[in-house]
Design a protein around this ligand. Structure first.
Ligand code: NAD
Length: 506
């Protein structure tokens, strides 16, 4: 067993210690800015999952029995460490994901906000009490932790998405096993080390690295009570079905295709800025990215496209190490070629490619091998095209022109994904009607990326979420706890005859 500090490779974190088997299979980790690989991640399987579950199960009773306020204090110390070291964490994220430093810092901050909400667990776990529900009978209900729960997370937010899960799970008294993305796994180990340093007992938080083998082992392990998943829709659907078949509680968040409806009265400068940030920030690799703009009316569409063309031309694409970069590279060479494939598909399906991001060439010395792509803009996209139906997850914005608000609403209704959506308008009536009628989980009014704050909950509808609970906020408490109802009587010396009928108040 070696620590992460004396090796360049990324291993597991089990029972409060690093585990890096010399003979384990490995997968290279690339720096998307250069295309070079200096490290690998070990790929675990059923054996490592067994070890992590065993360590978690032995730690669970003690952690669950700890007063909730004390657990909150341990997490508060972890927050202090996260705040102190956020720069370090952000740099590690950028070096494996490719996003700009400021963007990486932003995801760390949003993760810390969930921690701050989790400190309220002592209040959120309070039950209900009813006095005198029968003769000398009181009743109360409490929420108790599930046991060992697992989180399986995507590459695009290696810190924030795990933090949508584990602060709530731990604060509620569960042990948590994280299976991060194999593309950018290092953030998971830093968080694991810092949780231990903050006082989280060994086994309460574990990390098992790997891919499908680890996921399948977690899904079928009888020691795991619940699975939280965030990733693409086909995998989310599989996780939900398989986890449920094994009797687990599952929340599986899937992919997205987020629309922005722009009404003719909207402030066009504001709309253009909002679209630039939400479509091209983080190279479009966000589940809340806007990938479809729906201007209402031809004149508005023409004006919007004209502005976007000029702004995309000015987009500064480059490595995270260059403070001037507004958009970094894509995460892997494979993903870059997938996104390029969609640009080709859009052209052959008949959409109008107004700006072609494939023409972008990285000129910074030393970064020629990075996975860069400029921003792309398609106009006159139609609903049957693959670039409209599929989640591209890259810096590609499509414009679908519509003649009326009703047509825009019905377009959104017809899409199988329903994670986030936005409307830009000055008309309060239209905005209220939209917020009420649109069939999407998270809605922004003049807000392009409406990621709910930590005290609300995050989740989409339709193909963007399988399961009954959204993540974090009060939904997180419900997901990571089970309800117990206690009915209590203290006999006061009277004789107790057997009762053979269903007890009623009479
Ligand atoms: P992904 O589905 O490829 O991978 C997610 C996780 O599942 C990873 O840990 C991966 O190792 C594992 N996995 C991949 N294929 C698997 C398989 N066949 N069987 C079992 N496990 C498997 O997703 P990604 O490419 O890492 O992330 C991007 C996707 O995540 C996008 O679709 C994006 O919209 C989605 N996402 C959704 C949200 C949300 O809140 N709805 C948030 C972030 C990302």
């Amino acid at each position: 067993m070696r620590t992460a500090k004396d090796t360049k490779d990324v291993g597991h974190y089990i029972g409060g210690a690093h585990l890096l088997e010399a003979d384990a299979p490995r997968q290279a980790i690339y720096d998307p800015a250069t295309g070079e690989s200096a490290r690998s991640v070990v790929l675990g399987g059923a054996r490592e999952v067994d070890l992590a579950v065993e360590a978690a199960r032995s730690a669970w009773r003690g952690w669950a029995a700890m007063p909730s306020l004390r657990r909150a204090r341990v997490l508060d110390e972890f927050r202090r460490l996260m705040n102190e070291r956020r720069e370090v964490l952000a740099r590690v994220i950028s070096s494996e994901h490719g996003k700009t430093h400021e963007d990486a810092l932003g995801e760390v901050t949003r993760g810390i906000e969930v921690l701050e909400f989790a400190f309220g667990a002592p209040h959120l776990l309070k039950g209900d009490y009813s006095e005198g529900v029968g003769g000398g009978v009181d009743a109360y209900s409490v929420r108790q932790p599930l046991g060992v729960v697992a989180g399986i997370t995507p590459f695009n937010f290696p810190c924030m998405v795990p933090m949508w899960m584990y602060p709530m799970a731990l604060a509620c008294g569960n042990c948590f096993i994280l299976k991060p993305s194999e593309r950018d796994p290092s953030a998971s180990l830093l968080m694991a080390e810092w949780l231990s340093e903050a006082g989280v007992p060994p086994g309460v938080f574990g990390v098992v690295q790997g891919g499908r083998d680890v996921v399948e082992a977690l899904l079928s392990h009888e020691g795991v009570s619940a699975i939280s998943f965030v990733g693409s829709t086909p995998v989310a659907r599989h996780i939900y079905a398989t986890g449920a078949r094994h009797g687990k509680r599952v929340q599986a968040l899937g992919g997205a295709k987020n629309h922005m409806v722009i009404l003719p009265d909207a402030d066009l400068d504001m709309v253009t800025n909002a679209l630039m940030g939400s479509a091209f920030g983080s190279a479009g690799e966000r589940c809340m990215a806007i990938s479809v703009a729906v201007p209402v009316g031809e004149a508005l569409a023409d004006a919007l496209v004209e502005r976007l063309v000029s702004r995309i031309g000015d987009l500064r694409v480059g490595p995270a190490s260059d403070g001037a970069s507004e958009m970094g590279p894509l995460v892997t060479a494979e993903h870059l070629s997938r996104v390029r494939g969609y640009i080709e598909a859009g052209v052959s399906e008949g959409a109008s490619l107004v700006v072609d991001g494939r023409e972008f060439r990285q000129t910074l010395q030393g970064y020629e091998g990075g996975y860069y792509l400029g921003g792309s803009l398609f106009d006159r996209v139609t609903p049957e095209m693959s670039i409209y139906r599929d989640e591209i997850f890259g810096p590609v914005l499509g414009v679908v022109r519509r003649d009326s608000y009703e047509e825009a609403l019905s377009l959104i209704r017809g899409h199988p994904q329903a994670n986030g959506v936005a409307i830009f308008t000055r008309d309060g009536d239209a905005a209220s009607a939209f917020a009420r009628d649109v069939e999407v989980g998270m809605v922004g009014v003049n807000v392009p990326i409406p990621v709910p704050m930590a005290f609300h909950s995050f989740g989409g509808w339709k193909g963007s979420l399988f399961g009954d609970h959204h993540v974090y906020g009060e939904e997180g408490v419900r997901f990571y706890t089970r309800l117990k109802a206690v009915t209590m009587r203290w006999p006061r010396g009277q004789r107790e005859d057997p009762e053979f009928v269903m007890p009623t108040l009479g």
